[in-house]
Design a protein around this ligand. Structure first.
Ligand code: ZN
Length: 183
């Protein structure tokens, strides 16, 4: 069982950094994978990328299982994704690092070809379609410093950033208020 880590929230700059490849599967990497899965399940979410816990390595975890199905934890190291399908709209996509549960439709590819390494150090390749293909596209975007809100068009992004500004201001005021109460 891993330990829950704090999730980095937009507009934190750590979310827009490009991640470096993992060069060796060490105990630290295995621990990171456990912690990321624990953090994802607790959130709860269906996927999490290393930069979302402030680690700039090419690693993602996800779970494509349906509700009421047994858990299917997956770990991808140094994933390479090739888009192989038709454009599809991913309805109401969200992200654990995007504030106030904001969701929007995002254009994705209906299928992908994935090449990645597992925690056992073995490189594998798979063709994936449907919901799982969309999760993997979303999570591997994080490793390039890309969030789904970078893919929603300029108008919706401007509206979103306006909401974030208000949200940050309110949060700051609340924190200030709390600090005053404790002093
Ligand atoms: Zn995300």
């Amino acid at each position: 069982m891993g330990t829950q880590r704090e999730i980095v929230i937009y507009p934190d700059e750590r979310l827009s950094k490009v991640c470096a490849p993992v060069t060796e599967i060490t105990d630290e990497i295995r621990e990171l994978a456990d912690d990321m899965l624990e953090t994802m399940y607790k959130a709860p979410g269906v996927g999490l990328a290393a930069p979302q816990v402030g680690v700039h390595l090419q690693m993602v975890v996800y779970d494509p299982s349906e509700k009421d199905e047994e858990r299917q934890p997956r770990v991808l190291i140094n994933p390479e994704v090739t888009l192989t399908g038709e454009p599809v709209v991913s309805r109401q996509e969200g992200c654990l690092s995007v504030p106030f549960g904001y969701r929007a439709d995002v254009e994705r590819s209906s299928s992908i070809h994935l090449k990645a390494m597992g925690l056992d150090g073995v490189v594998f390749e798979r063709d994936i379609e449907g919901f799982e293909a969309i999760i993997v596209q979303h999570e591997t975007d994080h490793l390039k410093g890309i969030l789904f809100i970078d893919r929603i068009g300029r108008l919706r992004r401007t509206l979103f950033d306006g909401k974030v500004k208000k949200w940050l201001k309110k949060k700051q005021q609340e924190e200030k208020h709390q600090a005053q109460q404790h002093s």
